[in-house]
Design a protein around this ligand. Structure first.
Ligand code: FES
Ligand SMILES: [Fe+2]
Length: 454
């Protein structure tokens, strides 16, 4: 080929841009069996949920020492509590004596936590302070029988994460795992918001069924008419980052509707999508020297946090979603809503109503989708390389983490649960009996053995 002909076929810069715009062939979803198999689900718990940082709460909910909130993630009961030195700590909600739950309410406040089975007591730092009649028991040490702690990380904006990984090497440090997240969250002032309410949805679907919908807005024009009217869907994009994704979309500003009797600029601009309100014809004049109100210019700070949480910030409010897997086909969704300090009640209601409408629309999509996944006739589907890139992104991490952990388990010849805390300082006999049980269980799950039993 001559130099001239090479020059002829080399694309000019504008052509290069065009080439980049051409969509590459997409990939497929993971197979449906990953949405229905209990064995895969149990493996996901060990490989993903017991290793990664999980968003749990906002620090503003803990007002004084002893304030606590309890949670259940993948069957693990734990609670967060504020200590006398104003730290937020997390503990397994398991008494070190005979495993009764130490905290039995969703929330409360006490600097001494008494177990209602045999009366052991712990302080907010998890130390055992009282164990009736154990003073005379030889070899028993209170300091060795405190509550099992769970690693936590609180960002400078008060977002609290936990990590169940109790192995000696521990998890990847928070700032490496979610590299860049904390800086990104500085675009929003969480201190200007206060707790408003929480609610929960109980879904008969796999946790990934919800995440699939959460990670794309390809479905929005069809499934969310309200959202579709409020945002320019052509601008919606999901940008994968380090184990999190940022979602972007421009607000349809000309559609922001303002109540007739309200001429306060801040209030006007911070209107949620203005549902059921009069359409705003003229843009309110900007006050000299006043900071641009985020409601007018702020398109939202929406973040998906792998594996199963999200924090979504708007002007009038922000909310978090915790997607809590219970079984392969049962998932609980928990929402906490925080509204701007001083926000009028009708504005709060407007936000909550709209959020609940959208969440319910998603919930219904998930329930019917899961029913079909359970049928066993569908396996995989094509994902759009751009419109569903967020789905591809998170499913890829799921696949990699699960396969990597499975390889380790195969090598070890037994399940490895990084959240397991009972193995430390147990007697030789207990360790031996623990291994005995694992061996029996592994045999029990061998299809050949099961067949013989049948
Ligand atoms: S189980 Fe808690 S005191 Fe016995
Ligand atoms: Fe949705």
């Amino acid at each position: 080929m001559s130099a001239a002909s090479i020059a002829e076929v080399q694309p000019v810069p504008s052509q290069v841009d065009q080439v980049q715009e051409v969509l590459m062939p997409g990939e497929h979803t993971l197979p449906a069996s990953w949405w229905t198999s209990e064995k895969i689900f149990e493996l996901e718990k060990r490989a993903i949920f017991h290793k990664t940082w999980l968003y749990t709460a906002h620090a503003s909910r803990f007002k004084k020492a002893g304030d606590y909130f309890s949670y259940n993630v993948t069957g693990i009961n734990f609670f967060l509590i504020k200590t006398k030195s104003n730290e937020i700590k997390a503990f397994h909600n398991v008494c070190r004596h005979r495993a009764y739950p130490v905290v039995r309410k969703e929330k409360g406040s006490s600097v001494i936590l008494g177990c209602k089975y045999h009366g052991w007591s712990y302080n907010a730092d998890g130390n055992l302070t009282k164990a009736p009649h154990f003073d005379d028991v030889q070899g028993f040490k209170k300091e060795e029988n405190g509550l099992f702690g769970i690693r936590t990380h609180v960002t400078d904006q008060g977002l609290i994460f936990v990590n169940f990984d109790a192995t000696e090497e521990g998890p990847i440090p928070f700032d490496d795992w979610y590299k860049g997240l904390q800086d990104e969250m500085h675009e929003y002032d969480f201190s200007d918001y206060e707790y408003h309410m929480s609610y929960e949805l109980d879904g008969q679907f796999n946790w990934k069924t919800l995440m699939d919908g959460y990670q794309e807005c390809y479905h929005c024009p069809t499934a969310h008419p309200g959202l579709n009217a409020a945002f320019k869907m052509s601008t919606y994009k999901v940008v994968p980052k380090n184990n999190y994704c940022r979602h972007y979309a421009e607000i349809v500003k000309e559609e922001v509707e303002i109540p007739e009797d309200n001429d306060d600029e801040d209030e006007n601009n911070s209107s949620w999508f203005g549902f059921g309100k009069k359409k705003n014809e003229a843009k309110p004049a900007k006050k000299e020297g006043k900071k641009e109100n985020p409601g007018g210019e702020f398109n939202g700070l929406w973040v998906y946090l792998y594996p199963s949480n999200g924090v979504n910030c708007y002007s009038p409010a922000w909310y978090s979603i915790r997607v809590l897997p219970i079984t392969a086909t049962h998932t609980i969704l928990q929402y906490d809503i925080f509204t701007k300090k001083g926000l009028a009640d009708d504005k709060k209601k407007e936000f909550v109503d709209f959020l609940q409408l959208v969440e319910l629309e998603d919930f219904n999509l998930c329930e019917l989708t899961q029913k079909n996944l359970n049928e066993g006739v569908y396996s995989t589907g094509y994902l759009h390389p751009k419109k569903e890139n967020g789905v591809l992104f998170y499913q890829k991490i799921v696949k990699e983490m699960v396969k990597e952990h499975w390889a380790k388990e195969k090598e070890a010849g037994k399940p490895i649960n990084p959240a397991y805390v009972g193995g430390k300082k147990q007697s030789d006999e207990a360790a031996e009996l623990e291994d005995f049980c694992k061996e029996v269980e592994c045999q029990g799950s061998n299809p050949e053995t099961e067949f013989m039993q049948w």
